[in-house]
Design a protein around this ligand. Structure first.
Ligand SMILES: C[S@@+](CC[C@H](N)C(=O)[O-])C[C@H]1O[C@@H](n2cnc3c(N)ncnc32)[C@H](O)[C@@H]1O
Length: 281
């Protein structure tokens, strides 16, 4: 990995390597076409503890810069799954979809938008409570990209035995999960915290990243997350036998991620976990 020649990793946890620093500085050392899949959730410009609120034009320009770099490092049959929410724009909008602002700010080809729908969320009085974020699925080459639907079919089929002309109407592996995914948010708070919750303030659920990785990459591939936070993408990559490179500005988050990955490695080595993942590849 060329990047290791320039930057010492913060941590190496099995197939996952974490680097501390600014994603633009770090990604510059990643070779062209060396990443199969990027799954990431950048800062949304909403004043979280890990970001500085920027004028929207500055924020969009910054996103265009790192998106361009992600495109450069992506293999010809590779993909980017970009998780985005909403931000406010003074005098323009209360909750402007970041997908509208960013979808065309890179040379990637957009395959589709997937809606991530969840139950828990902020309650609001003067608008409907937000219950979704988006994933934008981009590829480098629209005629040549990895997509393995059978690995992620939804077994929850209403009429599994329905036949037409004697043939099953439904794929016995299940149905296409569609473009609206109901996956619970990572919640916090006494009595309601998700089991995967870490102290990171904006963790996305591992189940989403696992579905994306299984559908859009092969075992042994390299997955990148330039905003790795608590290490969710790395944990999902590790548990599905992919390599992962993660970047993060803050060492406290990297500490959380490294601890989480070491625990995942211990769990994965248990025999029942081995069997569980073997039948999903
Ligand atoms: C939305 S969070 C990602 C959370 C992650 N998906 C998870 O499940 O934990 C964005 C992360 O990007 C990091 N970050 C912000 N600016 C960065 C930069 N320029 N380079 C690298 N990381 C950055 C933040 O510290 C934060 O942890």
């Amino acid at each position: 990995m060329a990047i290791k020649a320039r930057f010492a990793p913060y941590a190496e946890c099995g197939p996952a390597t974490l680097f501390r620093g600014d994603c633009l500085d770090l990604i510059a050392s990643v070779p062209d076409g060396s990443v199969n899949l990027t799954v990431t959730s950048p800062p949304y410009n909403i004043g979280k503890e890990y970001e500085q609120s920027l004028p929207i034009e500055v924020y969009v320009r910054w996103c265009a810069e790192w998106l361009e770099e992600v495109h450069r490092v992506t293999a010809d049959d590779g993909a980017l799954w970009l998780n985005v929410g909403y931000c406010s724009m003074p005098d323009r909008g209360r909750a402007v979809p970041l997908a509208y602002l960013l979808w065309d700010k890179s040379p990637f080809h957009l395959i589709q938008e997937v809606v991530w729908h969840y139950g828990a969320g902020v309650s609001t009085r003067r608008a409907f409570s937000p219950r979704n974020e988006k994933f934008l699925w981009f590829v480098k080459s629209p005629d040549r990209y990895k997509f393995y639907l059978d690995r992620v079919r939804d077994p929850n089929v209403k009429y599994p035995n329905q036949r037409k002309n004697g043939r099953l109407r439904c794929n016995p592996l299940g149905k296409n999960p569609g473009d609206v995914w109901y996956i619970p948010k990572v919640t916090s708070g006494a009595g309601r915290a998700s089991s995967e919750r870490t102290p990171h303030p904006a963790q996305f659920p591992r189940a989403i990243v696992e579905r994306i990785i299984l559908a859009c990459s092969d075992p042994g591939d390299t997955v990148l997350d330039p905003f790795i936070g608590s290490g969710t993408t790395a944990e999902a990559a590790l548990l599905t036998d992919r390599n992962c490179t993660g970047f993060e500005l803050r060492s406290d988050y990297l500490g959380i991620a490294a601890k989480r990955l070491r625990a995942a490695i211990r769990r994965k080595s248990a025999i029942d976990d081995q069997l569980y993942f073997a039948d999903r590849k």
